[in-house]
Ligand binder design. Structure first.
Ligand SMILES: [Zn+2]
Length: 209
């Protein structure tokens, strides 16, 4: 069996912004502009002063699509989004405060999420979804490309993004992410434009899906 080929769960211009220590086969999708940035460059100062809102980012509330025909295995839809961006607060909370309070369970880290099971018995995890945006429920069947939720800022995040991974088992606490590719994507960093049909775009490189 070859690599799992999926339809991208988002549309438009994106970049994989995996932080250090992130599993390489799980991807953090961040929507970007032509400069490959997650929000207007002029807003960097506001970000540093903790005045940036989730609404300033391109990822916030972007539609998420089912990557394959699937059955919905699990859903969480009621975790709060953090409405402002504050890397310091969120790192301290995620790395120190939450684990100290016993909040180091998977649900805390994922925020709102959907787990899908494909006909090939592969599972997709989509996490950090917008509170209340999940349109599917456990047991439902979804078609490839069906809108299932919106990008949010729930769980352990430093900015709105979609955490996405494919797994061989349904429990994200035990499963190891496995590699996947898109049916279709384009590198669009202005230097190496071209269609990519067998390899996934590299981290931090802008691509169009
Ligand atoms: Zn992630």
């Amino acid at each position: 069996m070859g690599l799992s080929k999926i339809k991208s769960p988002v549309k438009g211009d994106w970049s994989f912004m995996n932080p250090p220590g992130h599993h390489p086969d799980a991807k953090d999708f961040v929507a970007v502009d032509q400069n490959g940035k997650p929000y207007e460059v002029a807003k960097v100062i506001r970000h540093l002063c903790y005045k940036l809102s989730v609404e300033d980012t391109y990822s916030w509330e972007k539609k998420i699509f089912s990557p394959f025909e699937a059955e919905v295995i699990a859903v969480k839809n009621d975790a709060k989004d953090r409405m402002t961006l504050n890397i310091f607060r969120d790192l301290v909370n995620g790395l120190i405060i939450a684990p100290k309070n016993g909040k180091n369970d998977v649900e805390y880290f994922l925020g709102n999420y959907i787990i899908l099971k494909s006909e090939k018995a592969e599972f997709a995890l989509l996490a950090h979804l917008r509170q209340g945006s999940v349109l599917v429920s456990k047991g439902m069947k979804v078609k490839t490309g069906e809108i299932i939720a919106k990008v949010g800022n729930s769980g352990n995040t430093i900015q709105p993004h979609l955490h996405f991974q494919i797994m061989k088992e349904s429990d994200p606490a035990k499963a190891i992410p496995i590699p996947f590719t898109f049916e279709y994507s384009q590198v669009c960093d202005g230097k190496t434009e071209g269609t990519m049909d067998s390899t996934l775009p590299k981290n931090w490189k802008k691509f169009r899906v």
